[in-house]
Design a protein around this ligand. Structure first.
Ligand code: FAD
Length: 415
């Protein structure tokens, strides 16, 4: 062991600095309360303080910071969506991801790998072509490629024609990346705390307080007492319907478990991220060498994060067709998160009919990549009271206007 490390470990005079400050007492009131200390809530807190100088902010979480879906996702980052609204929004997120380590002063292990969405049918090839054209129009690097080019990018993947669903083509998105999800939450939390934001884990919001006529938010009830607030932002992913219900809001969101798993670590042999919407599978190799794998959502709404054998059997039936070499590789861990699914696979963001109450929800299986842009756009919206231009089409009111932003062709299984 290096002498310096030993000295650091044993000496009382050199205690490791805390990542976050110790939880302070909860004040009677704040300018802004953020419900949910996942990536989105923490990013919004940091942008409020950094971009708008709003620092009288408390982030409340019923568990530990970053312990929800932020800790459970498979960390795929991309912007090759289908709708112009979606592509512009996620492209801005990619811009923010690229220098996030430097801005937050923490290494989030951002690793650009390239992202391949496989097409196994003529219909899927048409959708990939459509996505590639929308992407190019908005300056997002995407192209349709054929098996010879796929073989060059992913030589360890089987492109056999003698399987039930042979690979016909792929949408190739070179900027596709992965990052260390915990570091993202910790980075935003630490940077926000440095600006004066208070972080309150183990503080569940149990009710919302409104003015006597019910038109505006005035505070929140928590397991640690009542807190007044001028403005409240909810960013609670799988619990969106429950928390919005406290504000009398009915969301078009269902909470559905999504499972994933990782293998034992192996030497690097898969560079790009591979996704197949038709086979309901995706896979990438982490910096530690583990294969990170996932598939379709569970087939029913549920508030439970149990792991099932059904998921594993379904996943590997197809995974081994593409990667027969994995047949002897042990699975180390399996887990689930509760995802907040919207009917059009786009988020619900912005002000709500309750004055001063803002929502960041509907992140389903695709919200990790949006963490930076959610922070930026929700902070703008809360600070100015007006929706940021990038999120205007994601307003809750779109469902009443039948003006959905249909992203199913690009969000489903593709993460
Ligand atoms: C298995 C899996 C794989 C995924 N893979 C990807 C992927 O590859 N790429 C991608 O872009 N997205 C992916 N996602 C989706 C992504 O993880 C989420 O959309 C994103 O993390 C949501 O972040 P968040 O901050 O909104 O929510 P969360 O991280 O879930 O944070 C919400 C927080 O709210 C807290 N909370 C809830 N209720 C209350 C309350 N009443 N009071 C106080 N606190 C409360 C919770 O404790 C939690 O910490 C995946 C999700 C899962 C489950």
């Amino acid at each position: 062991m290096p002498l310096g490390l030993l000295k650091y470990g044993l000496a009382r005079r050199y205690p490791a600095s805390r990542h976050f400050p110790i939880r302070p007492p909860l004040k009677d009131g704040y300018d802004v309360v953020i419900i949910g200390g996942g990536g989105h809530g923490l990013a919004a807190a940091w942008h409020l303080a950094h971009d708008h100088g709003v620092t009288d902010v408390a982030v409340l979480d019923k568990g530990y910071l970053g312990g929800g879906n932020t800790a459970r996702n498979t960390a795929i980052i991309r912007s090759n969506y289908l709708t112009p609204e979606g592509v512009a929004f996620y492209a801005r997120s990619m811009d923010l991801w690229r220098d996030l380590s430097a801005r937050l002063r923490i290494n989030i292990l951002y690793s650009q790998r390239g992202h391949l969405t496989l097409a196994h049918t003529d219909a899927a090839v048409r959708t990939m072509r459509w996505r590639a054209e929308v992407n190019k129009h908005l300056d997002v690097d995407s192209q349709l490629i054929w098996p010879d080019e796929i073989a060059r990018l992913a030589p360890t993947m089987s492109l056999s024609r003698s399987v039930r669903y042979p690979v016909l083509a792929a949408l190739y998105h070179p900027p596709g990346a992965i990052a260390r999800h915990d570091a993202v939450a910790w980075g935003y939390a630490r940077a926000a705390a440095r600006k004066g934001v208070e972080l309150h884990p183990q503080t569940e919001v149990t009710g919302l307080l409104t003015s006597p006529d019910g038109s505006r938010i005035t505070g929140v009830e928590t397991t640690r007492g009542t807190v007044r607030a001028h403005r409240v932002l909810q960013a609670v992913a799988g619990y969106s319907g429950q928390v919005a219900g406290m504000a009398g809001l009915k969301l078009p969101i269902r909470s559905i478990p999504l499972q994933a798993c990782v293998s034992q670590p192996l030497k690097p042999f898969l560079d790009p991220i591979i996704v197949s919407g038709s086979l309901h599978i995706y896979i990438s190799q982490s910096a530690r060498g583990e294969f990170v794998m996932g598939g379709a959502s569970d087939p029913y709404p549920l508030y439970s994060t149990r792991s099932t054998l059904d998921f594993k059997e379904g996943l590997f039936a197809h995974m081994l067709e593409l990667f027969p070499a994995l047949s002897e590789v042990p699975i180390m861990r399996q887990w689930a998160g509760i995802t907040d699914m919207t009917p059009d696979f786009s988020p619900v963001m912005g002000p709500t009919p309750l004055e001063g109450y803002y929502i960041d929800a509907g992140w389903g299986t695709w919200g990790f990549k949006a963490t930076p842009v959610c922070g930026e756009t929700m902070a703008h919206t809360v600070a100015t009271g007006r929706p940021h231009p990038l999120i205007e089409s994601f307003a809750l009111s779109r469902f009443a206007r039948f003006d959905q932003v249909g992203e199913k062709g690009a969000a489903s299984v593709g993460q």
